[in-house]
Ligand binder design. Structure first.
Ligand code: DGY
Length: 314
Protein backbone atom coordinates (compact mmCIF):
# COMPACT_ATOMS: atom_id res chain seq x y z
CA UNK A 1 0.00 0.00 0.00
CA UNK A 2 1.32 3.43 -0.93
CA UNK A 3 2.43 5.64 2.01
CA UNK A 4 3.32 9.32 2.08
CA UNK A 5 6.99 9.01 1.00
CA UNK A 6 8.64 9.80 -2.32
CA UNK A 7 7.74 6.83 -4.47
CA UNK A 8 10.33 5.50 -6.89
CA UNK A 9 9.96 2.70 -9.40
CA UNK A 10 12.97 0.40 -9.45
CA UNK A 11 13.65 -2.66 -11.62
CA UNK A 12 13.04 -5.67 -9.41
CA UNK A 13 15.99 -7.52 -10.95
CA UNK A 14 18.46 -5.28 -9.05
CA UNK A 15 16.88 -5.92 -5.65
CA UNK A 16 19.81 -7.98 -4.36
CA UNK A 17 22.06 -4.89 -4.55
CA UNK A 18 19.81 -2.80 -2.29
CA UNK A 19 21.84 -3.54 0.88
CA UNK A 20 24.76 -1.65 -0.71
CA UNK A 21 22.95 1.70 -0.74
CA UNK A 22 21.25 3.86 1.79
CA UNK A 23 17.52 4.29 1.38
CA UNK A 24 16.44 7.63 2.89
CA UNK A 25 13.56 7.38 5.33
CA UNK A 26 11.26 9.40 3.07
CA UNK A 27 11.81 7.20 -0.02
CA UNK A 28 9.49 4.32 -0.82
CA UNK A 29 10.57 1.75 -3.41
CA UNK A 30 8.09 0.05 -5.70
CA UNK A 31 9.69 -2.88 -7.45
CA UNK A 32 8.92 -3.30 -11.11
CA UNK A 33 9.72 -6.62 -12.77
CA UNK A 34 10.73 -6.75 -16.44
CA UNK A 35 7.45 -8.43 -17.37
CA UNK A 36 5.29 -5.74 -15.74
CA UNK A 37 4.24 -2.62 -17.63
CA UNK A 38 5.11 0.73 -16.04
CA UNK A 39 2.14 1.61 -13.81
CA UNK A 40 0.44 4.98 -13.95
CA UNK A 41 1.22 7.17 -10.98
CA UNK A 42 2.98 10.06 -9.32
CA UNK A 43 6.48 8.63 -9.23
CA UNK A 44 9.28 11.20 -9.39
CA UNK A 45 11.96 8.55 -10.04
CA UNK A 46 12.41 5.52 -12.28
CA UNK A 47 15.39 3.12 -12.39
CA UNK A 48 14.87 0.81 -15.38
CA UNK A 49 16.90 -1.96 -16.99
CA UNK A 50 18.25 -1.47 -20.52
CA UNK A 51 15.61 -3.87 -21.82
CA UNK A 52 12.80 -1.45 -20.97
CA UNK A 53 11.97 1.12 -23.62
CA UNK A 54 11.21 4.49 -22.07
CA UNK A 55 9.29 6.48 -24.65
CA UNK A 56 6.49 9.03 -24.79
CA UNK A 57 3.81 6.41 -24.13
CA UNK A 58 5.56 5.33 -20.92
CA UNK A 59 6.29 8.89 -19.84
CA UNK A 60 2.64 9.85 -20.29
CA UNK A 61 1.84 7.42 -17.47
CA UNK A 62 4.27 9.19 -15.13
CA UNK A 63 3.24 12.86 -15.00
CA UNK A 64 5.46 13.71 -11.99
CA UNK A 65 8.61 11.96 -13.25
CA UNK A 66 11.79 13.97 -12.63
CA UNK A 67 14.53 11.43 -13.38
CA UNK A 68 15.23 8.21 -15.26
CA UNK A 69 18.36 6.55 -13.86
CA UNK A 70 19.18 3.91 -16.46
CA UNK A 71 20.89 0.78 -15.15
CA UNK A 72 23.33 0.69 -18.10
CA UNK A 73 25.93 2.80 -19.79
CA UNK A 74 24.08 2.47 -23.11
CA UNK A 75 20.89 4.48 -23.33
CA UNK A 76 19.42 3.58 -26.69
CA UNK A 77 16.36 2.35 -24.75
CA UNK A 78 15.59 5.95 -23.76
CA UNK A 79 13.74 8.34 -26.02
CA UNK A 80 15.88 11.34 -25.15
CA UNK A 81 13.72 13.73 -27.13
CA UNK A 82 10.60 12.71 -25.23
CA UNK A 83 12.49 13.08 -21.94
CA UNK A 84 13.85 16.49 -22.89
CA UNK A 85 10.45 17.70 -24.03
CA UNK A 86 9.09 16.91 -20.56
CA UNK A 87 12.12 18.29 -18.69
CA UNK A 88 12.96 14.88 -17.23
CA UNK A 89 16.61 14.28 -16.34
CA UNK A 90 18.34 11.05 -17.35
CA UNK A 91 21.53 9.29 -16.30
CA UNK A 92 23.55 6.22 -17.25
CA UNK A 93 26.36 4.23 -15.59
CA UNK A 94 29.65 5.05 -17.31
CA UNK A 95 33.12 4.11 -16.01
CA UNK A 96 32.06 1.48 -13.47
CA UNK A 97 31.64 -1.17 -16.16
CA UNK A 98 34.53 -0.27 -18.44
CA UNK A 99 37.07 -2.82 -17.22
CA UNK A 100 34.61 -5.72 -16.94
CA UNK A 101 33.36 -5.10 -20.47
CA UNK A 102 36.89 -4.81 -21.84
CA UNK A 103 37.82 -8.11 -20.16
CA UNK A 104 34.81 -9.82 -21.70
CA UNK A 105 35.67 -8.38 -25.10
CA UNK A 106 39.07 -9.98 -24.82
CA UNK A 107 37.43 -13.20 -23.76
CA UNK A 108 35.58 -13.13 -27.07
CA UNK A 109 38.65 -12.16 -29.10
CA UNK A 110 40.59 -15.11 -27.67
CA UNK A 111 37.63 -17.47 -27.91
CA UNK A 112 37.16 -16.75 -31.61
CA UNK A 113 40.82 -16.45 -32.59
CA UNK A 114 41.75 -19.67 -30.79
CA UNK A 115 38.44 -21.47 -31.39
CA UNK A 116 37.88 -22.14 -27.70
CA UNK A 117 34.21 -23.08 -27.92
CA UNK A 118 34.77 -25.45 -30.82
CA UNK A 119 37.67 -26.96 -28.86
CA UNK A 120 35.53 -27.34 -25.75
CA UNK A 121 32.81 -29.09 -27.73
CA UNK A 122 35.31 -31.45 -29.33
CA UNK A 123 37.08 -32.23 -26.05
CA UNK A 124 33.78 -33.30 -24.49
CA UNK A 125 33.16 -35.88 -27.23
CA UNK A 126 36.28 -37.79 -26.24
CA UNK A 127 36.88 -38.36 -29.93
CA UNK A 128 40.09 -36.49 -30.52
CA UNK A 129 43.81 -37.01 -30.44
CA UNK A 130 46.66 -34.50 -30.43
CA UNK A 131 47.35 -33.59 -34.01
CA UNK A 132 49.59 -30.88 -35.52
CA UNK A 133 46.69 -29.32 -37.39
CA UNK A 134 43.91 -29.82 -34.87
CA UNK A 135 41.79 -26.64 -34.50
CA UNK A 136 44.38 -24.20 -35.75
CA UNK A 137 43.54 -20.62 -34.95
CA UNK A 138 44.81 -17.09 -35.50
CA UNK A 139 47.93 -16.00 -33.65
CA UNK A 140 47.29 -12.54 -32.26
CA UNK A 141 50.90 -11.42 -31.95
CA UNK A 142 51.84 -9.05 -34.75
CA UNK A 143 48.21 -8.66 -35.90
CA UNK A 144 46.20 -5.48 -35.97
CA UNK A 145 43.24 -4.66 -33.77
CA UNK A 146 40.79 -2.13 -35.22
CA UNK A 147 38.57 -0.44 -32.65
CA UNK A 148 35.35 1.07 -33.96
CA UNK A 149 34.86 3.71 -31.29
CA UNK A 150 37.55 4.70 -28.82
CA UNK A 151 35.54 5.90 -25.85
CA UNK A 152 36.14 4.46 -22.41
CA UNK A 153 35.51 0.83 -23.30
CA UNK A 154 37.23 0.95 -26.69
CA UNK A 155 40.33 2.40 -25.06
CA UNK A 156 40.30 -0.19 -22.27
CA UNK A 157 40.15 -2.91 -24.94
CA UNK A 158 43.03 -1.22 -26.76
CA UNK A 159 45.17 -1.08 -23.63
CA UNK A 160 44.83 -4.84 -23.22
CA UNK A 161 46.12 -5.42 -26.76
CA UNK A 162 49.72 -4.50 -26.02
CA UNK A 163 50.58 -7.57 -23.90
CA UNK A 164 49.30 -9.71 -26.78
CA UNK A 165 51.70 -7.97 -29.15
CA UNK A 166 48.93 -6.46 -31.26
CA UNK A 167 49.09 -3.18 -33.10
CA UNK A 168 46.14 -0.92 -32.25
CA UNK A 169 44.21 1.33 -34.62
CA UNK A 170 40.96 3.12 -33.95
CA UNK A 171 38.16 4.90 -35.79
CA UNK A 172 36.52 7.67 -33.80
CA UNK A 173 35.24 11.17 -34.38
CA UNK A 174 37.71 12.42 -31.80
CA UNK A 175 41.46 12.08 -31.77
CA UNK A 176 42.40 10.40 -28.49
CA UNK A 177 45.89 11.81 -27.97
CA UNK A 178 46.44 10.36 -24.50
CA UNK A 179 45.34 6.90 -25.64
CA UNK A 180 47.64 7.15 -28.65
CA UNK A 181 50.57 8.07 -26.39
CA UNK A 182 49.85 5.33 -23.88
CA UNK A 183 49.13 2.47 -26.24
CA UNK A 184 50.82 3.56 -29.44
CA UNK A 185 47.39 3.49 -31.07
CA UNK A 186 46.89 5.10 -34.47
CA UNK A 187 43.72 6.86 -35.58
CA UNK A 188 42.30 5.85 -38.95
CA UNK A 189 40.00 8.42 -40.50
CA UNK A 190 37.83 6.21 -42.66
CA UNK A 191 35.69 3.24 -41.72
CA UNK A 192 36.55 1.43 -44.94
CA UNK A 193 40.29 1.79 -44.30
CA UNK A 194 40.17 0.48 -40.74
CA UNK A 195 37.99 -2.44 -41.84
CA UNK A 196 40.35 -3.32 -44.67
CA UNK A 197 43.42 -3.16 -42.46
CA UNK A 198 42.36 -4.95 -39.28
CA UNK A 199 42.70 -8.62 -38.37
CA UNK A 200 40.33 -8.18 -35.45
CA UNK A 201 37.59 -5.54 -35.61
CA UNK A 202 35.95 -4.76 -32.28
CA UNK A 203 32.83 -2.59 -32.04
CA UNK A 204 32.50 -0.03 -29.23
CA UNK A 205 29.93 2.38 -30.62
CA UNK A 206 26.67 3.56 -29.13
CA UNK A 207 23.54 2.58 -31.01
CA UNK A 208 22.05 5.67 -32.64
CA UNK A 209 20.44 6.68 -35.93
CA UNK A 210 23.97 7.11 -37.31
CA UNK A 211 25.27 3.70 -36.23
CA UNK A 212 22.20 1.47 -36.73
CA UNK A 213 23.12 -1.12 -39.36
CA UNK A 214 26.52 0.55 -39.86
CA UNK A 215 28.24 -2.79 -40.42
CA UNK A 216 26.35 -4.25 -43.35
CA UNK A 217 27.23 -6.35 -46.39
CA UNK A 218 29.41 -3.67 -47.99
CA UNK A 219 31.42 -3.05 -44.84
CA UNK A 220 31.83 -6.76 -44.13
CA UNK A 221 33.02 -7.21 -47.67
CA UNK A 222 35.57 -4.45 -47.12
CA UNK A 223 37.08 -6.40 -44.21
CA UNK A 224 40.29 -8.35 -44.53
CA UNK A 225 39.95 -11.98 -45.66
CA UNK A 226 39.88 -14.21 -42.59
CA UNK A 227 39.40 -11.37 -40.10
CA UNK A 228 37.40 -11.61 -36.89
CA UNK A 229 34.47 -9.40 -35.86
CA UNK A 230 33.67 -8.78 -32.20
CA UNK A 231 30.64 -6.88 -30.87
CA UNK A 232 30.13 -6.12 -27.19
CA UNK A 233 28.38 -2.77 -27.78
CA UNK A 234 24.89 -3.00 -29.28
CA UNK A 235 23.57 -5.60 -31.70
CA UNK A 236 21.78 -3.09 -33.89
CA UNK A 237 25.11 -1.75 -35.17
CA UNK A 238 25.57 -4.95 -37.21
CA UNK A 239 23.34 -6.37 -39.94
CA UNK A 240 23.19 -9.93 -38.61
CA UNK A 241 22.00 -11.53 -41.86
CA UNK A 242 24.87 -9.91 -43.71
CA UNK A 243 27.29 -11.07 -41.02
CA UNK A 244 26.03 -14.62 -41.31
CA UNK A 245 26.44 -14.52 -45.10
CA UNK A 246 30.03 -13.23 -44.74
CA UNK A 247 30.85 -16.01 -42.28
CA UNK A 248 29.26 -18.68 -44.45
CA UNK A 249 31.16 -17.44 -47.49
CA UNK A 250 34.41 -17.80 -45.53
CA UNK A 251 35.12 -14.10 -45.85
CA UNK A 252 35.50 -13.88 -42.06
CA UNK A 253 37.24 -16.41 -39.84
CA UNK A 254 34.69 -15.98 -37.07
CA UNK A 255 32.70 -13.62 -34.91
CA UNK A 256 32.21 -13.09 -31.20
CA UNK A 257 28.94 -11.48 -30.14
CA UNK A 258 27.58 -10.47 -26.76
CA UNK A 259 24.75 -8.31 -28.10
CA UNK A 260 21.97 -8.74 -30.67
CA UNK A 261 19.57 -6.59 -32.61
CA UNK A 262 16.48 -8.19 -31.12
CA UNK A 263 17.46 -9.46 -27.67
CA UNK A 264 16.91 -12.04 -26.34
CA UNK A 265 16.32 -13.47 -29.83
CA UNK A 266 19.44 -14.54 -31.71
CA UNK A 267 19.51 -14.84 -35.46
CA UNK A 268 19.03 -18.57 -36.36
CA UNK A 269 21.60 -18.38 -39.13
CA UNK A 270 24.29 -17.24 -36.65
CA UNK A 271 23.28 -19.88 -34.13
CA UNK A 272 23.93 -22.60 -36.70
CA UNK A 273 27.56 -21.59 -37.32
CA UNK A 274 30.38 -23.26 -35.36
CA UNK A 275 32.79 -20.33 -35.74
CA UNK A 276 30.57 -17.83 -33.95
CA UNK A 277 30.80 -17.44 -30.18
CA UNK A 278 27.50 -16.21 -28.77
CA UNK A 279 27.10 -14.78 -25.27
CA UNK A 280 23.89 -13.59 -23.58
CA UNK A 281 24.80 -9.88 -23.09
CA UNK A 282 27.12 -10.43 -20.13
CA UNK A 283 29.77 -7.79 -20.87
CA UNK A 284 29.43 -6.11 -17.48
CA UNK A 285 28.38 -9.22 -15.58
CA UNK A 286 30.77 -9.36 -12.65
CA UNK A 287 29.58 -9.14 -9.07
CA UNK A 288 31.59 -5.97 -8.41
CA UNK A 289 30.52 -4.21 -11.58
CA UNK A 290 26.82 -4.94 -11.35
CA UNK A 291 26.87 -3.72 -7.74
CA UNK A 292 28.71 -0.54 -8.71
CA UNK A 293 26.25 0.04 -11.53
CA UNK A 294 23.46 -0.10 -8.99
CA UNK A 295 25.23 2.22 -6.56
CA UNK A 296 25.72 4.76 -9.34
CA UNK A 297 22.21 4.46 -10.74
CA UNK A 298 20.80 4.76 -7.23
CA UNK A 299 22.90 7.88 -6.50
CA UNK A 300 21.54 9.43 -9.69
CA UNK A 301 17.99 8.47 -8.76
CA UNK A 302 18.27 9.96 -5.28
CA UNK A 303 19.66 13.23 -6.64
CA UNK A 304 17.16 13.40 -9.47
CA UNK A 305 14.10 13.04 -7.25
CA UNK A 306 15.29 16.03 -5.22
CA UNK A 307 16.17 18.14 -8.27
CA UNK A 308 19.91 17.99 -7.52
CA UNK A 309 22.50 17.70 -10.32
CA UNK A 310 23.00 14.07 -11.37
CA UNK A 311 26.34 12.28 -10.88
CA UNK A 312 26.45 10.97 -14.45
CA UNK A 313 23.83 12.80 -16.51
CA UNK A 314 23.29 11.84 -20.11
C1 DGY B 1 25.36 -1.39 -20.77
O1 DGY B 1 25.50 -1.00 -19.61
O2 DGY B 1 24.99 -0.65 -21.67
C2 DGY B 1 25.69 -2.81 -21.06
O3 DGY B 1 25.26 -3.21 -22.28
C3 DGY B 1 25.21 -3.73 -19.98
O4 DGY B 1 25.91 -3.47 -18.85
Amino acid sequence: MAGSGIRVLVAEEVKSFLPYVEVPADVEIEWLSASQPVPEGDYPGLLPLLSRRIDAAVLDRLPRLAVVANYAVGYDNLDLEALRARGIAASNTPDVLTEATADLTWGLILAVARRLCEADRLARTGEWAWHPTLLLGMQLEGRRLGLLGAGRIGQAVGRRARPFGMEVTYWDLLKQAEFEGEVGARRVESLEVILAGSDVVSIHLQLSDETAGLIGARQLNAMKEGAVLINTARGGVVDEDALCAALKAGKLRGAGLDVYADEPQINDCLKALPNVVLLPHVGSATEDTRRRMFELAWANLMRGIRGAPLVTPI
